[in-house]
Design a protein around this ligand. Structure first.
Ligand code: ADP
Length: 479
């Protein structure tokens, strides 16, 4: 089958979060199942400046946008065995420092940038037709809308089946009605049963309405987005599509995240052996200027610093957490108030709190390898990757029972010697602190802790199973 993935980020080309991991890895995992995968992305500055061998294709794309046409060139490269990657190059839109905007605000022309991107993606597919168009998140949802409502413009692929994957319903691509003319859609589609959302344009909603099938990134999240708590106002739209929605858990790229062969680590983890964890911890502490206190556990977080990730709870309990015998390491960037909070915390608790604001792949691996406990108290979590990485590195996750966290971490029960982490239910600061306390107690019970780490490290969330589920869905779409 020929499948086109349309998305706004994918490793190794551009990444701000889990979406990129999924795109890069799912594509490579689908290839051995016999599919021919095409990946279509914007050519951002970070990609243009990298050293990928990019070949410019000998034609220009002309894309209708409002009442004019905009041109783009196409850069082509290959990943995996034969995954064709097409990067749409339009420097006025994509040659920028960030993908979507700064930490403070989105780029003001995002409606235009991503309308353009979707039209351009479909133009590429006219030249290289596929059986299935698989679009990801709001940034690619319009491709489905255009294909389904304006098939005559894209005759070569008008019969293609469409699949939309929701990686995070919290991001919908909401824009003022004044941008509507950019889309070149009939005005009848600016209506509540289509793309209108309380007087504004909602790109994701268009995809939810028009896609043949919908997926999201964990079974629990598939249920949660049908509720008012997690539907972000789209719960009714999702519920109407319930028969066409399935949750497929993301996998982990164990080539990248393998404690036994992690390119970012020296020495390698080896086996589930306390001394190896101790060595990794010593390295981590050296990197972070934390004193080497052998009986003190390191609690870590690697995350976008946003409310979604539960930072309201973490900041609420922080001083009480620091009354415990712990060291705390955080890597992340995001909302200024959280960046400020943690910078201040590092100065208030010298030698106990290490904070690195920024994006640092190597340090992320070092933290996974060297920490003892990993915090993910998310308000909502479509899938979450770091808890799965943590399990493999024997870094025991403390998570809230929500979305993919609930699907991947089982609460520890000392009575039955079962479970792989510490799970709490209510979005509540005390509940988080109680879970941390249970984690700290277990940490000091050496035999129980060893057994817990062994169970965690034995968990397997490799992509094979998820890729097979997507493959089955593509088959179903075409049958
Ligand atoms: P989300 O996509 O909501 O941000 P996920 O847990 O699905 O959350 O994926 C986040 C990905 O981004 C993980 O691979 C994580 O390691 C990585 N990541 C997040 N923040 C940073 C950072 N500051 N430095 C390095 N990697 C990061």
């Amino acid at each position: 089958m020929k499948i086109a993935m349309i998305a706004s980020e994918a490793i190794p080309f551009a990444k701000t979060g889990g979406l990129a991991d999924v795109l890069g890895t799912l594509s490579t995992a689908l290839e051995p199942l016999g599919h021919h995968i095409t990946l279509i992305l914007p050519a951002y500055r970070c990609t243009l400046r990298s050293d990928f061998p990019l070949r410019q294709l000998p034609f220009k794309l002309s894309v209708a946008l409002a009442d004019r046409t905009e041109d783009a060139t196409v850069l082509q490269t290959v990943i995996g065995k034969r995954i064709d990657v097409y990067l749409i190059r339009a420097d006025r839109y994509f040659d920028r420092e960030f993908l979507y905007g700064t930490a403070v605000e989105d780029y003001p022309d995002n409606a235009e940038r991503f309308t353009f991107f979707n039209r351009a993606a479909l133009e590429i597919l006219r030249a290289y037709p596929v059986d299935v168009v698989h679009a990801h998140d709001w940034q690619a949802a319009l491709a489905i809308v255009f294909l389904k409502t304006q098939g005559a413009r894209y005759p070569e692929i008008a019969a293609a089946k469409t699949l939309l994957t929701i990686h995070n319903l919290g991001f919908q691509g909401l824009f003022e009605q004044s941008k509507w003319q950019l889309l070149n859609l009939d005005d009848s589609f600016f209506a509540p049963q289509y793309l209108e959302f309380y007087g504004r344009i909602n790109f994701l909603k268009g995809g939810l309405v028009f896609a043949d099938k919908l997926t999201t990134v964990s079974p629990a999240y598939a249920q949660e987005i049908m509720t008012p708590e997690q539907g972000f106002g789209l719960e009714d739209v999702v519920r109407q599509r319930a028969d066409d929605l399935i949750g497929i858990l993301n996998g982990v790229d164990y080539n990248q995240w393998n404690p036994w062969a992690d390119p970012y680590l020296t020495p390698h983890h080896g086996v589930n052996n306390r001394s190896v964890k101790r060595n990794s911890k010593t390295h981590l502490r050296q990197m972070l200027d934390l004193p080497d206190r052998s009986a003190t556990p390191v609690i870590a977080m690697i995350s976008r610093l946003t409310s979604q990730k539960g930072f309201d709870l973490v900041t609420t309990i922080f001083d009480r957490l620091m009354q415990r015998e712990v060291q705390f390491a955080l890597l992340g960037s995001g909302e200024p108030q959280f960046e400020e909070f943690f910078r201040t915390a590092a100065t208030r608790y010298p030698g106990r709190v290490a904070v690195r604001i920024g994006f640092d792949e190597r340090l992320a691996h070092r933290i996974e390898a060297g920490a003892d406990l990993f915090l993910m108290p998310s308000l909502y979590e479509p899938c979450g990757l770091n808890q799965m990485y943590s399990l493999k590195y024997g870094t025991i996750p403390i998570v809230r029972a929500v979305g993919g966290l609930k699907d991947t971490v089982e609460d520890y029960d000392p009575a039955t010697e079962s479970g792989t982490g510490f799970v709490f239910e209510a979005y509540d600061a005390q509940a988080l602190l109680d879970a941390i306390d249970r984690g700290l107690a277990a940490f000091h019970d050496k035999p129980a802790w060893s057994a817990l780490r062994r169970r965690a490290m034995a968990m397997d969330f490799s992509w094979d199973r998820s890729a097979q589920a997507y493959s089955n869905l593509y088959q179903q779409l075409l049958s």
